[in-house]
Each structure stands twice: as structure tokens, then as C-alpha cells.
Design a protein around this ligand. Structure first.
Ligand code: KIV
Ligand code: ZN
Length: 513
């Protein structure tokens, strides 16, 4: 008998983007949107259109491009937000407006300063406004995990009557436990009139490390949409991880009465794309997408796996998209092969000029590194895109770094600042430290370095190092990335990329604030 469908709602580009430093440009959102569509995600929440003109444009661009997934935008329960959201998504083949208002006593009293009856009235109005743009309307009672169930039943009855078609129950602060959360979904489905007319959805945060467990418990209690993010990206400790939900449901079909339509072989490429774009590395022991997720180190395990794979493996690495690094291109590959491979990776370069610039960068890389893998191409394109930020203020021209045992490391840097060339030298505890100090002596940003991390993009010592630098200044946090076969150069690029983001003042408004 065919199983019921579990709808996968990806919010990497909305809730995921709310992680400090994870903001994405329009081009980056388009690339992620294409990859999510390729993975057969059912609903893509592309952003929060009322947050800024930039986010409106990004959501609209994703809505125009994506054809096979529903494209959704988030809106607070007010007319202006819903109007912006409706306008951004209405160009989609299948649009959805997602509106929310808080329902927990603490949020209603301290944040909204509204009486419960006013909250119900506002929620009903919001759903009706949203229905003017589309008949696909999702409603979320924010902080449902700490809301009173009787109040939830009252408000949900009213929003269903007003035309909501999906009811999403968020555990906004990641407070609930699996049994209780599953029980909440079951009770709501039993108690809310017309509950069978809507899809029940859940949206769990990971503050106690329970987002996936809570979501799965909800699925066992009748939820048929799960909101999740690639790599579990999201506010604070993140959201439920898409890859873990999809693979748990798929691997334990003996337990779940439903399954997703996700093409799981696209999971690892999606994980890499999101990690590359946001600069949030994936921990090696992360389930499904961590570098060690399928590595059997212990001799006893290796022996077992060699004799019979299922002694220790419950999933196959290739089923989630782990393939041996595929050599795709090299020094002698032509422009056309380059373009074709990019499009196979879902990367479409619109203009000839941009393609030529990317191809030149590829040739430069191929001179240094003979084998170019998909991961190299992804990094190269991310870098090319960030170098062409309209507001690129600083640009790395040249870097010389020197380190020798017993000597103090030293770096000389040349950058352009708004087109004007400037240079500086500095010493540091290592060549990376010296180059950051040299850059800072020119830029004088005063930003605080919150994180510095290096990952190799592929294996081998000739691999490119991908560096993430997180900077904080005046309450804003940005991530910069840089990749190069020389990690000192990659580090300087990442630092400059972060400085450009700080300089661009690209603000994102957090809808939950
Ligand atoms: O966590 C949350 O409550 C949200 C809602 C806007 C769905 O992200
Ligand atoms: Zn959330």
C-alpha cells in the first residue's frame, strides 16, 4: 500500500539565514533554491520579504526561478508584512504565504502586549489578508511549545475557518520533549474542529538537541509536514536537520506510516553548498553529512563492513550523495566543459562577462591544482559571487607572507580600498595573524574576530583550504569566506570578504524580534 506523503518544508533560507552571520545574497539564494528544487523539497521558505528590499528581491527571484517546489515567504501577522510577502511570492508557479503570531502567555504579554482575544482577531485578519494573494496559506502560533493548549485550540479553530490550509506548530525556543510534543500534536488534531481539512506541520528548534527527535515524534502523531534546514542551520542551536529527518524516516520505514519524496542523493551536495555559502562548517561527526558519518575507523568495524556492509552500516553513503570525489575538470578543460559542469551542479551564470571571469579564475586554480573537483568549483563560484558584491569596498591585490623557525612571522599586504591601492606590513604570531594585522592596520575596522576556521575542500595536501572568518562590530555579525591552495591567502580573502560584508551594511531583520 502506498505510504502517505511527508511534506518537506525547507527553511534554510529563512530561519537558517537568521543564524548570526549566515545572511545570503540574492544570487546565493537562487543557487540554494535550485539545489533544493533538485533535491525535490516540497516547500522552500525563501525569506522574509518585509525584512528589507534585498530580501524581497531574493524571495521574488527564487519564486520566479523555482518551478517544481512551492515557494513560500514569511510574514508577521500584519497587513504590510503580508502584502510584501504576497507580492514577492505571487510570481511563483506554486506560492505560499506563511504568517505567524505568538501565542504563549509570556510572548503575548511581554512581547506583543496584546490580550489573547486580540491575538486571535489579528491572526484571523492575517490569514484573510494572505488569502487575497494565494489559497495556500500557512499559519504558525509562535512559541506553541509553551502555549496553553486550550488557547491553541481556540485560535487554530478560528484560523482554519479563516482559510489557513497548513497549521504549523513551532517549538520556537526548543523547550519541549519528544513525548510531550508528539502528544501535543495528537491532542490538537483530536480537539481542533476541522483538523482533518488542514496539513499539520511542525517546526522544532534544537536548543536541547531534540529538534529532530521532537519532529519525528510529531510525525508519529500525525504531522505530515516537517520544517527543517540543511545541516540543521538556524537561530541559536539551529532547526531540525533536513538530512536527519529524511534519512530517519526512510531508514525506519518499519516505524513510519509516511515517507518523503526527497532525492536523497542530493543531500550531500546541498549540505556542501549551504556550508560553502554561509561559511558554517559541518562538524565531522554530524549525522549523514559529516565527513566521518560513513567512515569506519575501528578495525573490528572495518572487518565487519568488509564481510557484510549491514553489520555496521544502516544506510549507504552513496544513497545520500557521498561519491568518491569525482574528478571533473583539469588544466586542459575548455570553457564549454566548465560551463556544462557548472550547470550540472545547478550553477547558472547569466552573463558572458561573468562566465569569462569565472573561467579565468578556474584556469588560475587549475594552474596551481591539477585536479579540479566539484567542491572546488562550488568554492570558486562562491568566491566569484562575493567578489562581485555591488558594494565590494576592499579587494585583495597581493600578499607576501614569511615564516621561518626562530623568526617572527611577517606579512605584507596590498589591498584596494574603494579603488585606491594601499599597502601595509605587520608581524604576528603566525603568518595568518600577521596578514590580519596588516589588513587591520589599513582598514582600522575595530571588528572583533569571533571565529577563524580552516577546512580543506577536498582531500590531499594540494587541496584548497576554505577559511571562514566571523567578525562582529556594533552588534552585527558577519561571516567571510575565502578559498585558495595557500591557506594564508585564503585567510586574507576570508577576512576581506567579512570586512566587505560589514561595510555593505546589509541588514537583516529578525522576524522573531
Ligand atoms: O521558530 C519559530 O517560531 C519560527 C516561526 C516564525 C515559524 O521560526
Ligand atoms: Zn524558527
Amino acid at each position: 500500500m502506498a505510504k502517505e506523503k511527508l511534506i518537506v518544508f525547507d527553511t534554510t533560507m529563512r530561519d537558517g539565514e537568521q543564524s548570526p552571520g549566515a545572511s545570503m545574497t540574492k544570487e546565493e539564494k537562487i543557487r540554494i533554491g535550485r539545489q533544493l528544487e533538485r533535491m525535490r523539497v516540497d516547500v522552500i521558505e525563501a525569506g522574509f520579504p518585509a525584512a528589507s528590499d534585498g530580501d524581497f528581491d531574493a524571495v521574488q527571484a527564487v519564486a520566479k526561478i523555482v518551478k517544481d517546489s512551492t515557494v513560500c515567504g514569511l510574514a508577521r501577522a500584519n497587513e504590510k508584512d503580508i502584502q510584501r510577502c504576497g507580492e514577492a511570492v505571487r510570481v511563483a508557479r506554486s506560492p505560499r504565504v506563511h504568517t505567524f503570531i505568538a501565542t504563549s502567555p509570556i510572548h503575548m504579554e511581554k512581547k506583543l502586549r496584546m490580550e489573547p482575544s486580540q491575538v486571535i482577531a489579528q491572526a484571523v485578519r492575517a490569514v484573510k489578508w494572505a488569502r487575497e494573494y494565494t489559497d495556500n496559506v500557512e499559519f504558525s502560533p509562535e512559541d506553541a511549545g509553551r502555549s496553553d493548549i486550550d488557547f491553541l485550540c481556540r485560535i487554530l479553530e478560528q484560523v482554519i475557518k479563516a482559510g489557513a490550509t497548513t497549521i504549523n506548530i513551532p517549538d520556537t525556543v526548543g523547550y519541549t520533549l519528544p513525548d510531550a510534543f508528539g502528544g501535543l500534536i495528537r491532542s490538537l488534531r483530536e480537539r481542533v474542529p476541522n483538523s482533518d481539512k488542514v496539513v499539520w506541520s511542525v517546526h522544532c528548534h534544537n536548543d536541547l538537541g531534540l529538534a529532530v527527535a521532537n519532529s519525528l515524534s510529531a510525525v508519529l502523531n500525525g504531522a505530515r509536514q516537517v520544517e527543517c534546514t540543511v545541516n540543521g542551520l538556524g537561530e541559536r542551536a539551529g532547526n531540525a536537520s533536513l538530512e536527519e529527518i529524511v534519512m530517519a524516516v526512510r531508514t525506519r520505514q518499519d516505524v513510519f506510516p509516511c515517507d518523503t519524496h526527497i532525492d536523497a542523493t542530493q543531500i550531500v551536495p546541498a549540505s556542501r553548498l549551504v556550508s560553502g555559502i554561509t561559511g558554517f562548517p559541518v562538524q565531522p561527526n554530524k549525522a549523514i553529512v559529516g565527513a566521518n558519518a560513513f567512515a569506519h575507523e575501528a578495525g573490528i568495524h572495518q572487518d565487519g563492513v568488509l564481510k557484510s556492509r549491514d553489520t555496521y552500516e544502516i544506510m549507504r553513503a552513496q544513497d545520500v550523495g557521498w561519491i568518491a570525489n569525482k574528478l571533473v575538470l583539469g588544466k586542459h578543460s575548455g570553457r564549454n566543459a566548465f560551463k556544462v559542469r557548472l550547470s550540472e551542479l545547478g550553477i547558472v551564470i547569466e552573463s558572458e562577462e561573468a562566465l569569462n571571469a569565472a573561467f579565468k579564475r578556474f584556469k588560475d586554480l587549475a594552474d596551481k591544482k591539477h585536479e579540479i573537483f566539484d567542491e572546488d568549483l562550488q568554492a570558486l563560484i562562491s568566491e566569484e559571487a562575493s567578489d562581485h558584491l555591488e558594494n565590494e569596498h576592499y579587494h585583495l591585490v597581493a600578499l607576501t607572507a614569511h615564516s621561518e623557525t626562530g623568526e617572527s612571522p611577517f606579512a605584507k599586504i596590498v589591498v584596494t580600498e574603494d579603488g585606491r591601492e594601499r599597502s601595509a606590513e605587520a608581524q604576528g604570531s603566525g603568518p595568518v595573524d600577521a596578514s590580519f594585522k596588516a589588513i587591520e592596520s589599513i582598514v582600522k575596522s575595530g571588528a572583533e574576530l569571533l571565529l577563524y576556521s580552516v577546512n580543506n575542500i577536498t582531500s590531499g595536501t594540494d587541496s584548497q583550504g576554505e577559511v571562514t572568518v566571523r567578525l562582529s562590530k556594533s552588534g552585527r555579525i558577519v561571516n567571510g569566506q575565502g578559498a585558495d591552495t595557500d591557506i594564508v591567502v585564503a585567510s586574507a580573502k576570508a577576512y576581506i570578504n567579512a570586512l566587505n560584508k560589514l561595510h555593505s551594511k546589509l541588514e537583516r531583520l529578525n522576524p522573531q524580534v
